[in-house]
Design a binder for this molecule. Structure first.
Ligand code: PEP
Ligand code: MG
Length: 591
């Protein structure tokens, strides 16, 4: 029966596909498709690992001391029984042969299905066996990891996703074979795990939790697939393999849609595709307003390879390279200087002479490391207000110096802007600059070449927005991080869907801080950019232009839509109107 689940729209468009439920704890499990002729080998791979775990447990049982409590032996019996359970084994075989999932993915998919059945059991003893099943699955996964399988190439997955996206609605109804598009449904996914899906085999995605500017939503937006977050119980209500429509414009999921609803959304999908094609024609058009103002449209990237999309979308540079993604998803081992240098250099080379703004690491809050490293996250009382971004960097000078040296070395190969996140205090500014000088001195001492950088600060704390002249004393340029500026001005956790309705980019206080920051920079002739999600929101483009902004940084996928707004704008007229918006009690209503 058709039903809908409401959440927050974070990435536009319509996706229609079969649900793949991924538990957050399993997102680091490889998800890829195997070729038809390899299904047999994949089933054998799973069986081999399963048998190895059976042997392991039998050995454990044999080695139990004679005086070991009876419960231990009974528990191992339960594990053996679960390992040989036909529902588990035949289910895994089904996902491998019918859907061509790799063995790990098939196993976790089947685990989710059985785990739900356990959850629904009346008998408490049986309900609690879910934990045993989980342990058994973990053991098999660990064994498979040890026996490492060759991961299918990302490009093959991407090709598949691309072809699925173009599939017509009729095909979808008729085609129940492998080429079925898939949508990802999860309770929560960390930004790092989300990044793994960049090699995207999914055509849409939805989570139970998260706010519009949570980092998971930001990465989803960068994948340029329809997405909904904060859809509360979606992962409970939707079952593996259900047909789901993700309406990324309205923030709604429609489960098990009727043919009429499918036809309607199929139509909207095609309209969206046409709109994309129309926008593509603007690729080579310079971003200039009707009254001749040239506007810089820059790209936000998470990984060096994202520069391909940035250049393709006509970005005139990178306005924000979120380097923390190089630090995540790698246990407690942080990237060393050479590794970072190569990554930054790759981004610089990728931009082919255009400037690249490299932001120093912004770890913390909803972008945690896998494990605590150094002083990071000793306490997690309130991570958004804790040891995050520059605060973490300043608390760990050797780590920070390593990154600074890598950036300075990379700057020898192109135009680099070095951007510092979340500064609020004068002493933090001075300490940061001192460390940059120290990094240069260390490179001098080693006789290693490095290049010049323009120094910039992010304005993302009200305290910074209210002391812009102090920042301009030390920095060449500023960049407004509206995601955090809104969070900290309104005291709304950007990742919390329960207060998402209060997260208001048009709150008069937020607009006042943005307007004054832009005005002060323009008055002093210093560059100012916006690199938060507001920059890519077409409903905000005219207002930001009217406030005097001439540089916007956003996901590459948003550049052409914003350019379209710019081509239709007259900044002289917008300037007067923007002042009226600032005076309004309800600025949002005037946009
Ligand atoms: C911001 O806060 O607006 C910003 C661009 O930084 P991030 O989203 O990475 O916190
Ligand atoms: Mg920020």
């Amino acid at each position: 029966m058709t039903f809908s689940v409401h959440g927050l729209a974070v990435s536009r468009g319509v996706a229609i596909g079969r649900a793949v439920l991924v538990a957050s704890s399993r997102a680091d499990v490889d998800h890829y498709f195997i070729e038809a002729e390899k299904t047999g080998a994949e089933i054998t791979r799973m069986r081999t690992s399963r048998n190895a775990v059976v042997e392991e447990i039998v050995r454990l049982q044999q080695d139990l001391p004679t005086d070991a409590p009876h419960e231990i032996s009974a528990l191992l019996d339960v594990h053996l029984m679960l390992l040989q359970d036909e529902v588990l084994i035949s289910g895994v075989k089904h996902w491998i042969t019918e859907r061509h999932y790799n063995a790990e993915w098939a196993l976790t998919t089947q685990y989710e299905i059985i785990a739900r059945q356990f959850d629904e059991m009346e008998d408490q003893y049986l309900r609690e066996r879910k934990a045993d099943l989980e342990q058994v699955v973990e053991r098999i996964l660990r064994h498979m990891k040890g026996a490492a399988s060759p991961m299918q190439s990302a490009s093959q997955c991407a090709v598949r996703a691309g072809s699925s996206r173009k599939q017509s609605q009729q095909d979808l109804l008729l085609d129940d074979t492998l080429d079925v598009p898939l949508v990802l449904i999860a309770h929560d996914i960390s930004p790092a795990d989300m990044l793994q899906f960049k090699q995207s085999l999914f055509t849409g995605f939805a989570t139970d939790v998260g706010g519009k500017t949570s980092h998971t939503a930001i990465v989803a937006r960068s994948l340029d697939i329809p997405a909904v977050v904060g859809a509360r119980s979606a992962s409970q209500l939707i079952k593996q393999d259900d047909w789901v429509i993700i309406d990324g414009d309205a923030g709604v999921l429609i489960v098990d849609p009727s043919p009429i609803i499918l036809a309607e959304y199929g139509f909207r999908q095609r309209q969206g595709e046409l709109e994309r094609q129309r926008l593509n024609r603007l690729k080579h058009t310079p971003a200039v307003t009707l009254d001749g103002q040239r506007i810089d449209l820059l790209a936000n990237i998470e990984m060096p390879d994202d520069t391909l999309g940035a250049v393709e979308a006509s970005a005139v540079g990178v306005g924000l390279f979120r380097t923390e993604f190089l630090f995540m998803g790698r246990g407690s081992k942080l990237p060393n200087e050479d590794e970072q240098y190569l990554a930054y250099r790759k981004a610089i080379d990728g931009m082919q002479g255009l400037p690249v703004t490299i932001r120093t690491v912004d770890i913390g809050a909803d972008k945690p490391l896998d494990r605590p490293v150094g002083k990071a996250f000793d306490t997690n009382l309130n991570p958004a207000l804790g040891l995050r971004a520059i605060r973490w960097s300043l608390a760990d000078p050797p780590m920070f110096l390593t990154q600074l040296r890598a950036i300075l070395r990379a700057a020898a190969h192109g135009q680099v802007n070095l951007l510092v996140p979340m500064l609020a205090h004068g002493h933090e500014i001075r300490q940061t600059i001192e460390l940059i000088n120290q990094a240069r001195a260390q490179l001098d001492a080693r006789g290693v070449a490095y290049g010049p950088v323009r120094l910039g600060a992010m304005i993302e704390i009200p305290a910074a927005a209210l002391t812009v002249p102090l920042f301009l004393k030390y920095f060449d340029f500023l960049s407004i991080g509206t995601n955090d500026l809104i969070q900290y001005t309104l005291a709304i956790d950007r990742a919390d869907e329960l207060v998402a309705h209060l997260y208001d980019p048009c709150h008069p206080a937020v607009l006042r801080l943005i307007a004054d920051t832009i005005a002060e920079c323009n008055a002093q002739g210093k560059s100012i950019s916006v690199c938060g999600e507001m920059a890519g929101d077409v409903t905000m483009t005219r207002l930001l232009l009217g406030l005097g902004l001439r540089s916007f940084s956003m996901h590459p996928s948003q550049i052409l839509a914003v350019k379209q707004q710019i081509l239709r704008a007259d900044t002289a007229k917008l300037k007067l109107w923007a002042q009226e918006v600032l005076q309004s009690e309800n600025p949002g209503e005037m946009l």
